[in-house]
Write a protein that binds this ligand. Structure first.
Ligand code: PGA
Length: 253
């Protein structure tokens, strides 16, 4: 059975009441045997510690949605990877298209974060993917190569050991229109081959899909050979729906 990584990205959502009800529900209903699959919740930073206190007793890991490129110092409003590690974070999402677009984060900037996260022995979840226009113009693979090359340039051959890639076509995020699972399989295979070509060590890198995933399409995605997990936004905000996604994912080989 392949090991799958299911990640809830809550983005800028949630409050104390929602989180407490959500985590209580998961605690009472989560499968006792996750079959080596890994579940991660990435709440907004301000709720990380509260979330950690609940999930550390069950089989769920803590994720952060972003991190600064600096470790400490005069950087008002930022949070460093050391701080995230200090409070129990294990996975850090970087390069999400919302940050690339709304905060002008470049491939290089994202690669610096990737480096810092790996140096701190946390696991980066590197989001990559093309826009609708790039897809229409047949540029998907070129875009992905460029996004991966920046990481290889800074970290060299073993860059993707203990790292996660989330393929998130931008046109499928938050639209309710997910990508075709067969199309995603082709892109994931391309990503895996590209990594193998440049990095003999990281053959088994986890490659997740993200973009309008719900319990209705989970099975079709997880069944694909090279889809090793899911990064879920809006559907992960509802505990029952997230649990359904977990259960479906864990039931598939
Ligand atoms: P979505 O978001 O599931 O709401 O499309 C996915 C993501 O942005 O990670």
């Amino acid at each position: 059975m392949k090991k799958k990584l299911i990640v809830a990205n809550w983005k800028l959502n949630g409050n104390i009441e929602m989180i407490s009800n959500y985590l209580k529900f998961l605690k009472n209903n989560l499968l006792s045997n996750l079959n080596k699959n890994i579940i991660v919740i990435a709440p907004p930073n301000i709720y990380l510690e509260r979330t950690y206190q609940s999930i550390k007793k069950i089989n769920i890991f803590l994720g952060a949605q972003n991190v600064d490129v600096n470790l400490k110092g005069a950087f008002t409003g930022e949070v460093s990877v050391l701080m995230l590690k200090d409070i129990g974070v294990k996975y850090v999402i970087i390069g999400h298209s919302e940050r690339r677009i709304l905060h002008n984060e470049t491939d290089n900037f994202v690669a610096k974060k990737f480096h810092l996260i790996k140096n701190s022995n946390l696991i980066p979840i590197l989001c990559i993917g093309e826009t609708e226009k790039e897809k229409k113009n047949g540029k998907t693979q070129k875009v992905i190569e460029k996004q991966l090359n920046c990481i290889f340039q800074i970290l060299g051959e073993k860059a993707f050991r203990n790292a996660v890639i989330a393929y998130e076509p931008i046109w499928a995020i938050g639209t309710g229109v997910s990508a075709d699972p067969e199309y995603v399989q082709i892109i994931h295979k391309f990503i895996r081959n590209y990594i193998q070509k440049n990095d003999s060590v990281s053959k088994n890198v986890i490659i997740q899909y993200g973009g309008s995933v719900s319990s209705l399409n989970t099975k079709e995605f997880i069944q694909q050979e090279d889809i090793d997990g899911l990064l879920i936004g809006s559907a992960s905000l509802h505990a029952k729906e997230f649990l359904k996604i977990i259960k479906i994912s864990c039931s598939i080989d």
